[in-house]
Structure formats: structure tokens, C-alpha cells
Design a protein. Structure first.
Length: 145
């Protein structure tokens, strides 16, 4: 069916009509939907009281605590090195990104000690936790700065 002026409709969930406020007695009872006394019932003042930075600051929800904007390190567990690297391979941020263990090599990488490592690997340009360093050296691997 073609869309013509005779069959146009509002989208699903669209509000059918706006509330008509401040247009005399016929609009919404005697107070025209503005309540009774007070600043918000007066003409010319009601809408202006909500403008301004103070109201904006008070109306916005506050997120408590502190969130650092510094980029977080990528973390890789030693058990993942066991699955993806062969014996005597070199582990660098670039090779970790190529093998899909990290999204990209734009941040620092820290190796963590979860999991087991049975074959030696050489780690370069990565930060290493104490437990990961112990497992890498126990397997016969090396850690280079």
C-alpha cells in the first residue's frame, strides 16, 4: 500500500499529544496544570527557574568514587602462554597481539601467574608478576627487559 496523506500515522510508541499548559481555565481546570501558588505557577517565571548551571549540576546523577583515565595494562596468564607458544619461542607484545591474546600492542603487557608452564619461553618487553617470573624460570625460560 502506498503512503499518502490519508493514511499517515505516528510511529509506534509516539506520544499522541502534548500537555497544554498555561492557556487559561479551559486547558486543565482553574490552575491550567501549574498547581496552585508559587514561583512555578506565575507567568514568565516558571520556565526560567530551571535554567542555569546550578540546576544542571544538581539534576545530573553523580558517579561516586574515582576512575582513572590512564590506560590499563593488558594482562595475560602463564597458562595461556602454555597453550599458544611452542618451546623456546619469544614472547613480546607484538607476538601476543598476532596470536590474539591481546587486542593490540599499543599498551604495556603484564604476565600473571595463573596456570602452568612446562616448556621454556623467552619474555621480552613485558612486565612480569613475581609468581609468573617464578614459573617461567622454573620451566627454563628467560625474562629480558
Amino acid at each position: 500500500m502506498a503512503i499518502t496523506l490519508s493514511n499517515l500515522r505516528s510511529g509506534f510508541g509516539a506520544k499522541s499529544s502534548k500537555k497544554r499548559v498555561g492557556r487559561g481555565l479551559s486547558s486543565k481546570g482553574t490552575t491550567a496544570g501549574r498547581g496552585q501558588k508559587g514561583q512555578s505557577s506565575r507567568s514568565g517565571v516558571g520556565g526560567l527557574k530551571r535554567l542555569g548551571m546550578r540546576h544542571t549540576m544538581l539534576a545530573t546523577p553523580k558517579l561516586r568514587g574515582f576512575r582513572s583515565l590512564a590506560a590499563k595494562d593488558y594482562s595475560v596468564n602463564v597458562g595461556e602462554l602454555e597453550k599458544t607458544y611452542l618451546a623456546n619461542e619469544v614472547v613480546t607484545p607484538r607476538t601476543l597481539a598476532k596470536k590474539g591474546l591481546i587486542p593490540s600492542n599499543d599498551r604495556t603487557v603484564k604476565l600473571l601467574g595463573t596456570g602452568e608452564l612446562t616448556h621454556p619461553v623467552t619474555v621480552k618487553n613485558c612486565e612480569v608478576s613475581a609468581s609468573a617470573a617464578a614459573k617461567i624460570t622454573a620451566a627454563g625460560g628467560k625474562i629480558e627487559a
